[in-house]
Design a protein around this ligand. Structure first.
Ligand SMILES: *Cc1c(COP(=O)(O)O)cnc(C)c1O
Length: 550
């Protein structure tokens, strides 16, 4: 045994053996942390995450050494380092006052269940390394398929566990889900035909020669998520081939404009192989007219994909489900469980209406994923994957559909409450109404609103620019002071002639966020506004001079 009284341990066979066989003692640093986390996670986070932010440049200094340590650290020493330097400077995403993220608080039961998942360390790429986890994941995909498409029992009995079919793919998130959906769509559009063995085998260049298309394209609203651009890039289409279509004043894609684009591209011999509807845009939470898009997809023979990464969980609510009407006509749907299904990060899904769709990307190998095996890896972009589906499975059982409905309904209704609060406040402007639990707004003093109404073009321009600066200032200062957090984005409101406008963005998904918290957020923002030494006085002076000269 090495002597362990110095600050540094030695890398010995014995100490290595220990870390694989001897658990951390209950009174060790990690043992105590585990106890704190399981007894009161919120208190643990409250205690260990620093209230005030350190500048990123400062934090970087703690993570600046590129050497892999030549001698091991003791677990407790290293844990102290992590608590001080990492945990303390992380983000308290589950705080009820942090209302700017799409991911929020998690139910308690997921902590111990996650330990089981990590302890078992299954690999879902194949049955050999996952056994019962494979049917479990297939069942989860079936449950989500049922939520979207509502097929009968016979359908699921026939397809859920069928070796040569797949109702979808579980993956790390909405990005991989969207890439997978467009991958399937591309391969089905450029499928084997006569002597041509398909794009999957022969590549885009030969596929285009065979089919004689001038180009390929995918259409989506200008509010489409940036992951679709990555998809266009990795699938060899190029980002230009993801064509943004204008949205209306409610941030929903203009169907007429999409139709016009489909028609003109068809005239140019450009094959639009997919159109994407967004069900819950990331910036404003609005839902495209999915039924009308399904009609277009049928008319122009395109794959219809719905990106419901964030909004898809709304299907759990019988009350608000009709907002997503038409989603049941989609060929594929993306849903992130790590957003509104309250599962930890790393849980995305793409679900396909037709159990045969995914054969377009099927991949077999000799040592695993043999033909006819039920290995999930034959239909996924990713290879090795964790047993994350277990956490969603447990949540679906423990929370149940009506439980999720309550969570979803409460979030939407809380967003409506907040929007009323903003509208009733003389010094704020609601920029986008919440359709789901997401809204945008900004600080806009009452007198400045009056001034804007009568200002000339140049004055308006100046005022709006200063307001953008002020919104940025308030959002940053609020985040830095650590009490509460809203996010910020830039959108093009109809009301301001589609000028790019900086707004606060709020997502009300945390069930622990109260009405009082929302009132405090506005109050804090009002106060911070006046602390701005540049934009606030500028706005006030301009406002008064415009009003005085009116
Ligand atoms: C979050 C989101 C994505 C991307 O999902 P990740 O899990 O971050 O990869 C895609 N589309 C929409 C609409 C989203 O909200």
């Amino acid at each position: 045994m090495a002597v362990m009284d110095s600050k540094k341990a030695d890398a010995t066979q014995a100490s290595l053996h220990r870390i694989f066989t001897v658990p951390e003692a209950p009174d060790s640093t990690l043992g105590r942390i585990e106890k704190e986390i399981s007894e009161n996670l919120n208190a643990f986070l409250q205690t260990h995450i620093a209230a005030r932010e350190k500048p990123l440049a400062e934090i970087e200094k703690d993570f600046s050494c590129a050497d892999i340590p030549e001698s091991p650290s003791f677990v407790s020493d290293h844990t102290h380092f992590l608590l001080d330097k990492l945990v303390a400077q992380s983000v308290h995403t589950s705080a009820p006052t942090f209302i700017g993220h799409m991911t929020s608080a998690l139910p308690y039961f997921l902590m111990p269940l996650s330990k089981i998942m990590i302890g078992l360390n299954q690999n879902l790429v194949k049955i050999e390394t996952s056994k019962a986890f494979t049917p479990l994941e297939r069942q989860v995909l079936g449950m989500l398929h049922n939520l979207i498409y509502d097929e009968d029992e016979r359908f699921y009995a026939q397809w859920m566990h069928s070796a040569n079919h797949s109702l979808g793919a579980f993956c790390s998130g909405g990005t991989i889900a969207n890439i997978t959906a467009l991958w399937v769509a591309r391969n089905n559009a450029l499928r084997p035909d006569g002597s041509f063995r398909g794009v999957a085998q022969e590549g885009l260049f030969r596929a285009m020669k065979h089919y004689g298309y001038e180009d390929l394209a995918v259409l989506v609203s200008e509010r489409g998520h940036y992951s679709l651009k990555k998809a266009a890039d990795v699938l060899g289409l190029g980002r230009d081939c993801l064509i943004p279509i204008q949205t209306d004043s409610d941030n929903r894609v203009c169907v007429d404009q999409m139709r016009a684009k489909l028609e003109s591209l068809k005239q140019q011999n450009v094959r639009v192989f997919a159109i994407v509807g967004v069900a819950g845009t990331t910036e404003t939470g609005n839902i495209d007219p999915l039924d009308a898009l399904a009609d277009l997809a049928a008319e122009y023979d395109c794959h219809f994909h719905v990106d419901a990464a964030w909004g898809g969980a709304t299907l759990m609510s019988n009350k608000y489900r009709p907002l997503l009407k038409g989603i049941e006509r989609a060929d594929s749907v993306t849903i992130d469980a790590h957003k509104q299904l309250y599962v930890p990060m790393g849980a995305g899904m793409v679900i396909f209406k037709n159990p045969a769709s995914m054969s377009a990307i099927e991949h077999h190998a000799e040592y695993i994923l043999r033909k006819g095996s039920k290995d999930l890896g034959s239909h996924t972009l990713e290879g090795s994957r964790s047993g994350m589906a277990m956490l969603l499975y447990a949540s679906l059982n423990i929370i149940s559909r009506p439980g999720y409905e309550m969570l979803i309904n409460n979030s939407i209704e809380k967003a409506r409450y907040f929007s009323e609060l903003i509208k009733a406040h003389p010094d704020f402007e609601l920029v986008t109404e919440p359709e789901l639990c997401l809204l945008t707004y900004r600080y806009l003093p009452a007198r400045t609103q009056q001034a804007l109404a009568i200002s000339n073009t140049a004055q308006k321009e100046l005022l709006l620019d200063a307001l953008d600066d002020l919104t940025k200032f308030i959002q940053k200062r609020q985040r830095e002071s650590g009490k509460s957090f809203v996010s910020r984005t830039r959108i093009t409101p109809e009301k301001w002639d589609r000028k790019l406008t900086t707004v606060f963005r709020v997502v009300l998904a945390n069930p622990l966020t109260t009405e009082a918290i929302l009132q405090d957020v506005l109050e804090e923002q009002t106060q911070i506004a006046q602390e701005s030494e540049k934009s606030y006085p500028l706005i006030m002076n301009m406002t008064e001079s415009i009003l005085a000269n009116a």
